[in-house]
Design a protein around this ligand. Structure first.
Ligand SMILES: Cc1cc2nc3c(=O)[nH]c(=O)nc-3n(C[C@H](O)[C@H](O)[C@H](O)COP(=O)(O)OP(=O)(O)OC[C@H]3O[C@@H](n4cnc5c(N)ncnc54)[C@H](O)[C@@H]3O)c2cc1C
Length: 428
């Protein structure tokens, strides 16, 4: 397998809206700008698979990006920083050592899952995950889909699936109707968001939105056949072919933590210029706070401008960012998880799906570290990306450190890297 070297003045990790905006801003300088993303194409979570016809905003940003000389390394995943200023990444061709002058982390967020009996049944999946599968060809026409959990993503997914022919049975949202109404007022105050909210309201007019309700079990013989929901203190069972379930989003902070960037309340801490606690490392988009596509775009532009020394131009975007950040705070407040969800898992419920570790095995231990050592929880292919945030909520555990590789890497690639390093050391 090939091990190659690349060099950029400005390197961006993450090709979602934040990373694209950062690259567009930084590229104006004529410096060498590169963008790395682990998906086959740029766009991140929200613009995945969009075309000029389906999403004009995405198309406009991608056109701006392609107008500049930005090197796009798609299908490439950063997994380590061996020394300051150099990242290691893996793609289908092998590994890369990527040197950077300035680094912008735009690594986005993922769905948070909470374990409950039956959540490992086939066709119980993340709401965003089901949407992604449908975007890549899974047919859901005529299928009954129950959507449950919390956060605005549930609504976006419901609209998407409905338009793809699914029969969305209902959306079950754990927060109260009053909390949702307050949030709707906040949305109404933001022009861009209001248009999106009105569109969603129209699209979802025939789908019941049931508040104060959450899933307590999924049932079925190998494949989900129904979901049991807690609603108004009573349990009710609804038949479905899919249960799309997610409990808002958690930021992807692993790379930032590996680089030594300080976190604050679970998010990467940045100053007004999107600068992290590490010199020459910036962060933009969801890792600094879950605030939606508009905030990601603004933060990306600021980070890109500052990385090329245009702080003055970046400052003109501060007031727009302030408004968007207040929306992010409202999101966090509104969709905070209710304490009842802490009792969803029973002792026999699998919490770590990679290593098949049950809730009852985890509660024998007092910390994430102890549970990891004794049960291997969090040590499988997802490296605790699913069970880590779940146990943080359920048991108050916080992972103490992040170790490379932050993603699984083919052994032959790791070996070839080590071999090359040795040869290099010998020559020197
Ligand atoms: C599953 C999912 C579905 C969503 N769907 C919608 C939707 O339909 N509508 C909506 O309004 N909002 C949606 N959102 C929210 C939306 O993602 C955000 O509002 C916004 O797009 C975030 O942009 P971003 O650039 O900060 O991050 P992202 O769009 O998440 O982009 C980050 C990118 O970085 C890549 N990455 C991360 N780590 C590495 C690494 N180490 N090496 C290489 N690449 C890496 C990721 O794969 C990803 O492509 C969704 C979120 C999720 C998690």
């Amino acid at each position: 397998m090939v091990s190659a070297r690349k060099q950029f003045d400005v390197l961006i990790v993450g090709g979602g809206p934040a990373g694209i905006a950062a690259a567009v801003s930084a590229a104006q300088s004529g410096k060498r700008v590169g963008i790395v993303d682990d998906n086959p194409a740029l766009g991140g979570q929200i613009w995945r698979g969009e075309t000029a016809q389906s999403n004009s905003e995405a198309a406009a940003w991608l056109a701006k990006l392609h107008a500049w000389d930005v090197e796009v390394c798609a299908g490439t995943r950063v997994f380590d920083q061996p020394v300051s200023g150099v990242l290691r990444a893996e793609s289908g061709d092998g590994t890369y050592q990527i040197e950077y002058g300035k680094l912008i982390l735009a690594t986005g967020a993922r769905e948070r899952f909470l374990p409950f009996p039956g959540w490992t049944l086939q066709n119980v999946m993340g709401a965003g995950a089901l949407q992604a599968l449908v975007k890549s060809g899974l047919p859901v026409s005529g299928k009954r889909v129950a959507i449950a959990g919390t956060g605005p993503l549930l609504l976006a997914v419901a609209a998407y699936l409905k338009n793809d022919g699914a029969k969305v049975v209902a959306i079950y949202e754990q927060v109260s109707r009053t909390a949702l109404a307050k949030f709707a007022l906040k949305v109404a105050a933001q022009r861009g968001k209001l248009a999106q909210a009105l569109w969603l309201r129209k699209e979802l007019r025939d789908i019941p939105l049931i508040t104060n309700a959450w899933p307590v079990a999924a049932r079925g013989n190998g494949v989900v056949e129904s979901v049991v929901l807690c609603r108004g203190g009573k349990h009710e069972e609804i038949a479905c072919d899919y249960l799309a379930c997610g409990f808002h989003l958690v930021p992807n902070t692993e790379l930032a933590v590996l680089l030594g960037c300080r976190l604050q309340n679970g998010y990467v801490q940045v100053d007004d210029f999107q600068q992290t606690s590490q010199p020459n490392v910036f962060c933009a988009g969801e890792p600094t706070g879950i605030g939606g596509v508009e905030l990601s775009l603004i933060e990306g532009q600021i980070a890109g401008l500052v990385a090329i020394g245009k702080e003055g131009e970046a400052q003109s975007l501060f007031s727009a960012r302030r408004k968007m950040r207040s929306f992010a705070e409202a999101l966090d407040r509104t969709f905070a998880l209710r304490p009842e969800l802490k009792s969803l898992a029973s002792t026999g419920t699998i919490v770590c799906r990679c290593e098949d570790v049950k809730y009852g095995q985890m509660t024998q231990h007092r910390s994430w570290r102890a549970a990891k050592l004794h049960t291997r929880c969090g040590m499988g292919p997802c490296q605790g990306r699913v069970c880590g945030p779940a146990t943080q909520f359920l048991l108050g555990w916080t992972p103490e450190s992040v170790r490379p590789p932050i993603f699984p890497v083919a052994l032959e690639n790791l070996i070839s890297e080590t071999h090359e390093e040795k040869e290099h050391t010998f020559v020197m």
